[in-house]
Design a protein around this ligand. Structure first.
Ligand SMILES: C[S@@+](CC[C@H](N)C(=O)[O-])C[C@H]1O[C@@H](n2cnc3c(N)ncnc32)[C@H](O)[C@@H]1O
Length: 254
């Protein structure tokens, strides 16, 4: 409570909700879409999410010959980042996928088994309160996850806490388009087409409306970089992808 009457608020798409309410609403979205999540990503982004995720993992550059390097992929959902890291590290990285949503994790576990990534750990966990000791990991990744977390500042300080000194924070998230014309095309596409694709494929337009709206309410590249610095990270930089449709933010715990 801020003044005895009003709760702290968070954006749930374009709506303001009490911060305590947001997580439950986000969880409903991902329980609803989990089974069709991967298919929908391909349909909505025309396969672009694969390109962004592969570039993201290239930036992370997991070592190929280390038996000790460890990663936690927070809001890791159905495992896309974890699988790419497992491939690039030739199966050597110790990878934990942490996500708050059991339905997303279940799909992730099934996919991991089918693809021979049985060594990846899947843990139900809240990004705001990670069940890991201080200094546990060499790298922390979060892809298209942080805008769903009600208290982003808490998630960022947890990221800082669970990283070892010298550890890397890397975040892939939708961001602010900075190319004239592309912004208009993208705006029209997101608000008209995406909820409609969601309705046809999953019968749930509302969840996809939330996903689109949540992109617009997330801080822009510079403001988000400021929040990462605020959490204690050093050498914070970002790189736009596809004219800022997505951006990768990087920081180090030094
Ligand atoms: C858009 S999906 C991204 C999944 C995956 N990282 C990817 O790129 O395909 C967002 C994920 O964030 C998870 N999530 C939302 N709030 C969370 C929280 N507080 N802690 C951990 N995970 C959360 C959701 O359950 C969902 O799996």
């Amino acid at each position: 409570m801020q003044n005895g009457f009003m709760s702290e608020t968070a954006a749930f798409g374009f709506r303001k909700v009490a911060v305590e309410e947001k997580q439950g609403m986000v969880d409903d979205v991902f329980h609803s879409v989990a089974k069709r999540y991967d298919l929908m990503n391909d349909l909505m982004s025309g396969g672009m999410h694969r390109v962004w995720k592969s570039a993201f993992v290239s930036m992370l550059a997991p070592p190929k010959n280390s038996e000790t390097w460890s990663l936690v992929d927070v809001a890791g959902g159905t495992g896309d980042i974890a699988f790419r890291v497992a491939e690039r590290s030739r199966g050597k990285a110790a990878i934990t996928v942490a996500d708050i949503n059991a339905s997303m994790l279940e799909v992730g576990r099934e996919r991991a088994e089918k693809r021979g990534f049985g060594a990846i750990q899947f843990r139900e966990a809240n990004a705001e309160e990670l069940p890991f000791a201080d200094g546990s990991f060499d790298a922390y990744t979060i892809a298209f996850g942080i805008r769903n977390v009600p208290r982003i500042d808490k998630a960022l300080s947890e990221a800082f806490r669970v990283l070892k000194r010298g550890g890397r924070f890397l975040c892939l998230e939708f961001s602010q388009v900075d190319v004239p014309m592309l912004d208009r095309v993208y705006e029209a596409y997101s608000f008209r087409a995406i909820p409609e694709i969601g309705r046809r494929v999953t019968g749930d337009a509302e969840s996809y409306r939330y996903l689109v709206e949540s992109i617009r309410t997330f801080p822009n590249q510079e403001n988000f970089a400021g929040m990462i610095r605020e959490a204690g990270f050093s050498r914070v930089t970002y790189r736009n992808m596809t004219g800022g449709v997505a951006a990768v933010h990087s920081g180090w715990k030094l």
